[in-house]
Design a protein. Structure first.
Length: 119
């Protein structure tokens, strides 16, 4: 079944749940990180489903792929922040990193399916 809106995409749904989990996790971070690590990790996590949503509506293949590639970059940025949060002892981020890996594979698969439809 073809997605009619970006909310229909499994990759968007999974990445949105990931953002909600990041928000829950960062609520327990120290207050002095509010404008530092908390802000950065939330911003990079939100960028993932936001770019998937924006790319979904783009008509040209290069534009679509560019937005999905940006979401991949944001995932990697988020990965670093999760490593940092773990190393600073703020939280155990193992489960979130596993979810991040799955989202990355899903984005790769979605990008490949878009390329295959265009050829």
């Amino acid at each position: 079944m073809k997605a009619k809106v970006f909310e229909d995409l499994g990759v968007w749904q999974k990445s949105h749940r990931f953002v909600l989990d990041v928000y829950r996790l960062t609520q327990s971070f120290p207050n002095y990180e509010r404008f530092g690590l908390v802000s950065q990790i939330r911003r990079s996590a939100v960028s993932v489903p936001a770019n998937i949503a924006e790319g979904f509506k783009k008509r040209g293949l290069p534009d679509k792929l560019r937005y999905f590639n940006i979401s991949q970059g944001s995932l990697e940025e988020t990965r670093y922040y999760l490593i940092l949060a773990n190393d600073l002892g703020y939280a155990d981020t193992k489960n979130l990193k596993e979810n991040l890996d799955e989202i990355s594979r899903m984005i790769d698969g979605y990008m490949q399916s878009i390329k295959n439809r265009q050829t």
